[in-house]
Write a protein that binds this ligand. Structure first.
Ligand code: 1HE
Length: 269
C-alpha cells in the first residue's frame, strides 16, 4: 500500500522553500521553489541544513525531490554578488556544512531526480546516498560557462562518483549527459520511466528504513571513509565497523531469525 504522507510540524513547517512531510519512518523533503527551478539561494541552503538537523525523530530514511519540471537549477545566480575571496570561502563552506549534514547525518537519503540536475543541483544530488533518475533527468556542470567553479562539494563528491576525466569534460565543454549516460557514468544507480522517480525513491527508502540502523550508519559513514583510506587503514576500519554493527541487538535478532528460518532469503528477481 502506498505510504500516506502528512505535513511535518514545528520548525520543519516553517520553511518557505522546502516542503517536508513524513509517513512512518520515511520523511520526504521537497525543494519547493519551482518558479526559480529550485535554484539554491542562501536561504534554501540554510533551510536544507536546518531541516536535516531537525528531522522527525522517527525518521529512518529520507527522500529528496524537487517540485516542478526540474530537480534543481543549481546556485541561485541572481545572488552571485561581487564577493571578496574571504566571503567566497565562507559562502562555499556554508554549502559544505549543509551537504555534510545530509551525507553524514543520521539516516540515508534517496534522491528522486528529474529534469535539470545541474551545477549545485548535481552537487546536492551527489551528497545523497542513492539516486533514482527518471528518463527526463539530465546532468550538466555549467560552472565553466558561468566563469565560476564548483563550490558545493562537487569537485570532491562528483569526481568520486564518475571520475576526474568526466567532470573535466562536463565542466570544460559544457557537455550534458542524459539520464542513461548519467546511469552509465555512475551519477544515478537507477533510471525509471518519466514521472516514476519519486515512487521508486519512496519504495527504496521504505526498504532502507527497514534495515538495522547501525548497518545503514556503517554504510553511510564507514564506506566513503574507508574508500578514502589506504588499504591497511581501510581494512582495520572495516574490522572496527563490522564489530560495532555485529554487536547490536538488531544484528543478533536478525541473524537468529535467519537461522530459525524466519527471515527472507536472497533471491533473484
Ligand atoms: C534561475 C536559475 C538559477 C533558473 N539561478 N535563477 N545554474 C545554471 O547555470 C542553470 C541556469 N538555469 C537554466 O539553465 C534553466 O533555467 C533551466 C534549464 C534549469 C530551466 O529552464 P526553463 O526554461 O524551464 O526555465 P527558465 O525560464 O530558464 O527559468 C525560470 C526562472 O527561473 C527564470 O526567472 P524569471 O524571473 O525570469 O521567471 C530564471 O531566471 C530562473 N532561474 N535557474 C537563478 N540557477 C556552490 S557553486 C554551484 C555553482 C552552480 O551551481 S553554477 C550553475 C548555475
Amino acid at each position: 500500500m502506498p505510504l500516506s504522507f502528512t505535513s511535518a510540524s514545528g520548525i520543519l513547517a516553517q520553511f518557505d522553500l522546502l516542503a517536508v512531510s513524513h509517513a512512518d519512518a520515511v520523511t520526504h523533503v521537497r525543494l519547493n521553489r519551482p518558479a526559480k527551478r529550485n535554484a539554491l539561494s542562501d536561504t534554501l541552503i540554510q533551510q536544507l541544513h536546518s531541516c536535516f538537523v531537525n528531522l522527525p525523530k522517527a525518521t529512518r530514511a529520507v527522500v529528496m525531490s524537487g517540485e516542478g519540471d526540474h530537480f534543481c537549477a543549481g546556485l541561485d545566480l541572481s545572488e552571485l554578488v561581487d564577493r571578496d575571496a574571504a566571503a567566497g570561502v565562507l559562502h562555499s563552506r556554508m554549502w559544505h556544512a549543509a551537504f555534510e549534514q545530509l551525507q553524514f547525518g543520521g539516516v540515508p537519503v534517496v534522491a528522486a531526480l528529474h529534469g535539470a540536475v545541474v551545477g549545485g543541483g548535481l552537487e546536492l544530488a551527489s551528497s545523497c546516498h542513492v539516486r533514482v533518475a527518471d528518463e527526463t533527468a539530465y546532468y550538466g556542470l555549467p560552472e565553466g560557462q558561468r566563469g565560476i567553479f564548483l563550490g558545493g562539494g562537487g569537485s570532491v563528491r562528483i569526481t568520486r562518483l564518475m571520475g576526474v576525466a568526466r567532470v573535466t569534460d562536463l565542466m570544460m565543454t559544457g557537455r550534458v549527459y542524459d539520464a542513461q549516460e548519467g546511469l552509465h557514468a555512475g551519477l544515478s544507480q537507477y533510471v525509471v520511466p518519466a514521472g516514476e522517480a519519486l515512487a521508486k525513491a519512496i519504495e527504496l527508502a521504505e526498504r532502507i528504513a527497514g534495515n538495522a540502523p547501525m548497518s545503514n550508519y556503517a554504510v553511510m559513514h564507514g564506506l566513503p571513509r574507508i574508500a578514502d583510506q589506504s588499504m591497511g587503514e581501510g581494512l582495520f576500519t572495516e574490522s572496527l565497523m563490522a564489530a560495532v554493527a555485529e554487536s547490536t541487538p538488531e544484528a543478533k535478532d536478525r541473524l537468529r531469525a535467519f537461522l530459525d528460518k524466519r527471515a527472507g532469503k536472497v533471491v533473484k528477481k
